[in-house]
Design a protein around this ligand. Structure first.
Ligand SMILES: [Zn+2]
Ligand SMILES: [Zn+2]
Length: 440
């Protein structure tokens, strides 16, 4: 008697084989077509099937998954950690690529967003063998059991993903750098906006990771701890005509300490245009001659790159060192200008402390004076804490912005000043380190 065998799709008539295949998801369909010659001939996967497969794969958890909260559109800050490993489908070059390969609109506009996790759009079946419908319809019918989207945009959500192209594909199609948008670069050197990110300072924005690179540890915690608020900076991807790689704007030594600065260039006179950090006027020819750090080194040598980067970093760091100095003494100024809000019984004591330390504060900061300032701070803090314990908030009109932070986390301000000063010294004395950082 014959042993029962496992189900073999090949034992079915071809019509039933096709019917079974039409229930597969796009990724399985393409895998099956690669199983052997018979299925390759039967399925004959074309560009349409490959695109469907990519649009399915970009929704898998492995590639960053779909959205979990459709009613709160994503911001790049919220997606920051996710988008580091996330991939999106380019239906031009048929690849899954990181966010930096696309402009923001190609990822965040409603029609281009990844669909909601768990929806039928994120978990589709193939339309293989069916009369070819308009793109998107089949992908975007919500399941019956799904909660309808409150904003009424369910139909459009992700419905244009099959049109999404990466920056390079759009460049090759001559869609980028058109002259009618002078902040998007030139046809030879196009600029595409990318996600915005929070940075503690302009130095952090244009030289991220430099402190760690020279062995000074992460500055970010210390900077954040001294109550400096993080600022939101747009980032921009630029295509280097030398190596044809897309890289962030900082790799082209482009930008100023103003986070709203836009690299808009003059295309003839008298056009309004931007000026770079080194007072270079952005003209069409300056833009066309932009090269990434690596290509700059090929042309001018590594010493030249070190010189330019050192000049830029020094410019950005000077104000950061000054602000670290200012912050170190900020609490003293707060006490001085708010003396009248201190309970009268305690005013003479604080007047005395101020009188005692006034000659040296603010003063030069160095290894000798730092301990002096520290002991003055200790004296002020003890007196303040004693008063606060006795008065229990009856002096709440004291208007010292960040004063409490300064009073009780003074070591953070000291550490910030020390690190900024050391980093500044490295930038001045060892410019070669900057070139090594930029090329690493
Ligand atoms: Zn592409
Ligand atoms: Zn290059």
């Amino acid at each position: 008697m014959a042993q029962p065998t496992s189900f073999d799709i090949l034992s079915l008539p071809v019509e039933l084989q096709c019917l079974s295949i039409s229930f597969l998801d796009p990724a399985t369909l393409v895998s099956l077509s690669q199983a052997d010659t018979y299925f390759r001939r039967l399925i004959q996967p074309g560009r349409h099937e490959i695109v469907q497969r990519l649009l399915q794969l970009e929704c898998t958890e492995e590639h960053g998954g779909g959205l979990t909260d459709p009613l709160n559109p994503p911001s790049w800050i919220r997606l920051a950690s996710k988008s580091m490993r996330g991939r999106w489908a380019c239906t031009g070059c048929l690849r899954l690529l990181p966010h930096a390969s696309f402009d923001n609109h190609s990822l965040l506009r409603l029609g281009y967003r990844k669909p909601v996790a768990g929806s039928s759009a994120a978990d589709p079946i193939t339309d293989w063998g069916a009369p070819r419908k308009r793109w998107g319809r089949r992908f975007h019918q919500p399941k019956e059991s799904e909660q309808p989207l409150q904003d009424g945009d369910a139909e459009r959500w992700g419905s244009k993903r099959h049109l999404r192209k990466c920056n390079e594909c759009r460049f090759q199609n001559r869609e980028l750098g058109k002259a009618n948008s002078r902040e998007r670069g030139t046809p030879a050197v196009p600029i595409q906006p990318s996600r915005g990110l929070a940075f503690a300072s302009s130095r952090d924005r244009f030289f991220p990771g430099l402190a760690e690179h020279v062995g000074l540890g992460p500055l970010s915690d210390i900077v954040a701890g001294s109550s400096r608020s993080q600022q939101f900076w747009p980032t921009r991807m630029i295509r280097c005509p030398g190596c044809t790689q897309w890289q962030e704007m900082r790799s082209f030594r482009l930008g100023t300490k103003n986070s709203r600065w836009v690299p808009i260039y003059a295309d003839g006179e008298p056009d309004f245009c931007a000026w770079n950090w080194d007072d270079t006027k952005l003209t069409r020819s300056v833009m066309d001659e932009l090269r990434c750090n690596s290509c700059f080194v090929d042309e001018h040598g590594v010493d030249a790159l070190a010189r330019v980067l050192s000049g830029w970093a020094k410019k950005l760091m000077r104000s950061e060192v000054s602000s670290a100095e200012f912050a170190l003494f900020s609490g003293w100024e707060a006490v001085r200008s708010n003396l009248k809000h201190i309970p009268p019984d305690y005013q003479p004591q604080f007047e005395e402390i101020l009188r005692k330390h006034e000659p040296s504060i603010p003063g030069p900061i160095n290894a000798k004076t730092l301990p002096v300032y520290k002991s003055a701070h200790d004296e002020l803090r003890s007196a303040w804490d004693y008063m606060a314990a006795k008065e229990e908030g009856s002096f709440s009109s004291f208007d010292g912005h960040g004063f409490d932070q300064w009073l009780h986390h003074y070591h953070v301000y000291e550490a910030r000043w020390e690190l900024m000063t050391k980093l500044h010294a490295v930038v001045v004395r060892q410019p070669e380190v900057l070139a090594a950082w930029a090329l690493s």
